[in-house]
Design a protein around this ligand. Structure first.
Ligand SMILES: *[C@@H]1O[C@H](CO)[C@@H](O)[C@H](O)[C@H]1NC(C)=O
Ligand SMILES: *[C@@H]1O[C@H](CO)[C@@H](O)[C@H](O)[C@H]1NC(C)=O
Ligand SMILES: *[C@@H]1O[C@H](CO)[C@@H](O)[C@H](O)[C@H]1NC(C)=O
Length: 398
């Protein structure tokens, strides 16, 4: 009798505990699109030499650009996380979710996700940085990759993913591509001293950053660095920033909460003040970006007349582009061998025997095949130059 009561109460308590436990298990951070089980990956592990984890962020009105960017950048070796600003209308969120879930290849490979609980992103505010760190942390949790790449829907690649994977395959995996400098110039007074508050941290609706009347002194506990908001970060450095076993990334994040345009300085200042990581920086952002003279607040939009210089720059990415600018079709045709609405050319999707290359679906037997082209040669030229003895160490954290 005693044992029976004990067993029943034991069952009841375990039931209650498991019920209490389930809700915590269900706070899944991401929207996962169920992969269809029909396709069986030939090898259990990823057969590609290196893999990239992409964050592609977009805001209100960007959905057409976002869809095109995703198709152009897609490769089964990589991982893609999409962040659409929570300020975008519900119809745009649904449009993107529908697009991602209806592309059969994404479903087969299960490597495209949407941030299910998106953030409100304030222009020049720390909510932008929070979104990037949020994405890094999700991607670290769901997949094994070598580099994290942060792009927006207005960026476009100038090489195929086969080119990128091939060109990066013989690089040390700990390199971080972060353009940086400690010569702040006008930014010393315009960035280092002002204090701002980003209402996006505590309000539901979007508004501009607030400027606090008082200013602060320049830091003495660490050295400020600044640079490009576009970076390619190693897995190791991403873990360092997210896990924070050293307190530097965390204290700097708190400091940068009140800093104008924190994405242009956070990773630069963290890496250059870290003994363990500063020797891993490559002082370049791998983007082709041009400014008006004198520079305006935003970079110039690129067009057909920039095409030649873009290609000659050997850089793998360029920004920014207007939606459906004719130069994008030229890039598709000549650099990516991509047809409208399809993927960029790659070994994984090329159909043998077809007179014209079409890349619209996974060719099971080609999974793992890389077909790099001239883009890989161009990129390797640039990488060799950046990693040469006269550039690499000499340009670190100066
Ligand atoms: C990441 O990419 C976005 C583009 O959407 C950019 O605005 C942002 O500043 C980037 N960098 C960081 C560190 O968040
Ligand atoms: C936020 O914006 C929505 C839609 O524009 C509006 O209905 C709502 O009242 C706003 N809320 C606040 C607190 O301002
Ligand atoms: C980084 O490079 C400097 C100068 O080359 C060297 O003195 C230092 O030991 C290196 N640090 C690490 C952690 O490798």
């Amino acid at each position: 009798m005693g044992i029976k009561v004990f067993i029943i109460s034991f069952i009841l308590t375990s039931l209650i505990f498991s019920l209490l436990y389930i809700p915590t298990q269900l706070t899944r951070p991401i929207t996962i699109f169920k992969p269809s089980k029909s396709f069986i990956i030939p090898k259990p592990s990823n057969p590609f030499p290196v893999t990239f984890a992409y964050l592609i962020s977009a805001s209100r009105g960007d959905t057409a650009k976002l869809k095109r960017a995703l198709l152009v950048l897609y490769h089964p070796a990589n991982y893609y996380l999409i962040h659409l600003d929570s300020d975008a209308p519900e119809t745009e969120h649904q449009d993107i979710a529908k697009f991602v879930s209806s592309e059969p290849v994404f479903g087969q490979m299960g490597n495209v996700w949407i941030v299910g609980k998106p953030n409100l992103v304030t222009y020049r505010g720390p909510t932008m940085l929070a979104t990037t760190l949020h994405a890094m942390s999700m991607l670290l949790r769901i997949a094994k990759w070598d580099w994290f790449i942060n792009l927006s829907a207005s960026d476009y690649p100038l090489v195929t993913q086969d080119d990128l994977i091939h060109a990066f395959s013989d690089l040390p995996r700990d390199l971080n591509f972060i353009q940086h400098s400690s010569r702040l110039g006008w930014k010393l007074n315009k960035r280092g001293r002002p204090i701002i508050i980003d209402p996006g941290l505590h309000n539901l609706n979007k508004s501009e950053i607030w400027w606090v009347i008082k200013q602060r002194t320049l830091p003495t506990a660490f050295k400020l660095h600044t640079g490009s908001a576009w970076t390619i970060l190693s897995r190791s450095f991403s873990e360092y920033c997210i896990m924070g076993w050293d307190n530097l990334p965390r204290t700097l994040l708190l400091y940068y909460t009140n800093f104008v345009s924190s994405p242009e300085g956070y990773f630069q200042t963290v890496i250059c003040n870290s003994e363990d990581y500063k020797n891993t920086t490559v002082n370049h952002d791998l983007h082709y970006i041009t400014w008006d003279t004198p520079p305006k607040q935003h970079p110039r939009s690129l067009g057909l007349k920039d095409y030649r210089r873009m290609v000659l720059s050997n850089r793998p990415f360029a920004r920014k582009f207007k939606q459906n600018d004719p130069v994008l079709n030229k890039i598709d045709r000549e650099l990516l061998k991509r047809r409208r609405g399809q993927f960029s050319y790659g070994g994984w999707c090329s159909q043998s025997g077809k007179r014209h290359n079409t890349c619209s679906s996974l060719q099971g037997e080609k999974y793992g095949v890389l077909t790099p082209g001239t883009g890989s040669r161009r990129l390797r030229t640039l990488l060799r130059k950046m990693l040469s003895a006269q550039n690499f160490n000499k340009r670190q954290c100066k």
